[in-house]
Design a binder for this molecule. Structure first.
Ligand code: PMP
Length: 432
């Protein structure tokens, strides 16, 4: 049983001693002291279904026995020396990760967070192409470091200081709110034209790279129209740029039909960044690229003290193995489809639901006050979110207007959990 400080005491400590910019979910925040699989437990032993995987950082489930054993075993042998000495874990993990990548994406750089991975991808693309303009998408989140903050495209995450230079944002390919109809079969190509237009009007005509999340996460689970990335990539390549897929949220099987989110879009990036779920809770991130592009950073020393440390790599290797052995990509596809179908049924009953979208276990439910005007139902969304917590379900919230419920549970979610999740959401929506 739990014997530490109470949630109130911890909240008071946070207020006094911690970065005041960190925020907590819920009016009365919960304190999570244990996790097992898809469940979280507070200090009183109350169980919650984790529908958000700690912002998608937990892919195979909390404290998975095999993942824990790999990390604990490594912790007891040697924790770290950096890459100045050889260690098998980093080499074996790089090989195993490369084996999961299509095409010529075979060389891995290890870092510790998604922001660092995107920083490195920016550096790599600029050094390789000799160009400096970068294109990202409106509504994107790629990090909070001074450089990656420039790629991020929500005013709420951007400080009013000079941050990374040379980034411009193309139109958000949002089928629900964008100008092209939700059923427009040509929408992918049409939205991608804005990338070309931005290159022609906003740059010298040459760009270093184009960054896109394969499914926008923080922005409220925005799934691009079919073929969007493929078309956008063509425009970027014609301008001498590299294409970067940010798989920090959508990767390692979560999208269900494919292992990587970009594969659902028919495009092939030159650089892939990943973090969060690849470590299942430990600080582990990576940039994967082609041997030719990778060479460029060898013209100087590139070094990262904790990148590729033996403990994180042991954990990363175990995560890849568990996803495979337990068929978690297939589970994401199956249980994700069950959830989506359930949400679509809820939409028949609750007018508040404007849109249901997502792939696999990366789903979003957008709430609106009026289906015609699509006015964001932000306050209602906050209330649904609170009620779900009261009923034992934790989910996420996103979108610039905070009106999208984000459902991204650990990929071991069962059909029964999905029924509970749908039922709980039904009750919460009914209470509005
Ligand atoms: N890319 C995406 C798509 C993300 O969702 C995030 C984090 N929310 C990041 C990058 C940045 O990752 P980190 O917080 O580990 O720096």
């Amino acid at each position: 049983s739990y014997e530490g400080p109470s949630a109130e005491e911890v909240l008071a400590l946070r207020k006094e001693f911690l970065n005041p910019a960190i925020f907590h979910y819920y009016k009365k925040p919960i304190m999570v002291v244990e996790g097992k699989g898809q469940y979280l437990f507070d200090e009183t032993g109350r169980r919650y279904l984790d529908g958000f995987g700690g912002i998608v950082t937990v892919s195979v489930g909390h404290c998975h026995p095999q993942v824990m054993a790999a990390a604990n075993g490594q912790n007891e042998r040697i924790q770290h020396t950096t890459t100045i000495y050889l260690h098998p874990n980093i080499a074996l993990y790089a090989k195993e990760l490369a084996a999961k990548m299509p095409g010529d994406l075979k060389v891995v750089y290890f870092v510790n967070s998604g922001s660092e991975a995107n920083d490195l991808a920016m550096l790599m693309a600029r050094a390789y192409t000799g160009n400096y303009d970068l294109i990202a998408l409106r509504n994107a989140y790629h990090g909070g470091s001074p450089a990656s903050m420039a790629l991020t495209s929500h005013h709420t995450w951007k400080f009013n200081v000079p941050h990374g230079f040379g980034v411009q944002h193309a139109q958000m390919p949002d089928m629900y709110r964008g100008p092209f109809g939700i059923d427009d079969a040509e929408a992918g190509r049409k939205y991608a034209e804005d990338v070309q237009s931005l290159i022609r009007f906003g740059t010298s005509g040459k760009v270093a790279a184009f960054f896109a999340e394969s499914i926008q996460g923080v922005g409220g689970t925005v799934v691009f129209p079919e073929g969007y990335l493929k078309h956008a990539y063509e425009h970027v390549r014609a301008a001498g740029g590299l294409c970067v897929a940010d798989e920090v949220q959508a990767g390692v099987g979560r999208a269900g039909t494919h292992y990587w989110g970009f594969e659902t879009q028919g495009g092939m990036p030159e650089i892939v960044t990943m973090a969060k779920g690849i470590g299942n809770g430990c600080p582990l991130a990576a940039v994967v690229t082609t041997p030719e592009i990778a060479k460029v950073l060898a013209s100087r020393i590139h070094f990262n003290t904790f990148g590729g440390n033996p403990v994180s790599c042991a954990q990363g290797r175990a995560v890849l193995e568990v996803i495979e052995r337990e068929g978690l990509q297939e589970n994401s596809l199956r249980v994700g489809a069950q959830l989506k179908e359930g949400f679509l049924k809820l939409a028949e009953k609750h007018d508040l639901i404007g849109d249901v979208r997502g792939m696999g276990l990366m789903l979003g439910v957008e709430l609106v006050k009026d289906r015609k005007t699509k006015e964001p139902a932000s306050a209602e969304c906050a209330q649904v979110f609170e009620t779900c917590k009261e009923l034992g379900l934790l989910i996420g919230k996103g979108g610039l207007n905070g009106n999208v419920l984000r459902i991204k549970p650990p990929m071991c979610l069962t059909g029964e959990d999905a029924d509970f999740l749908i039922g709980t959401l039904d009750v919460a929506l009914g209470g509005i």
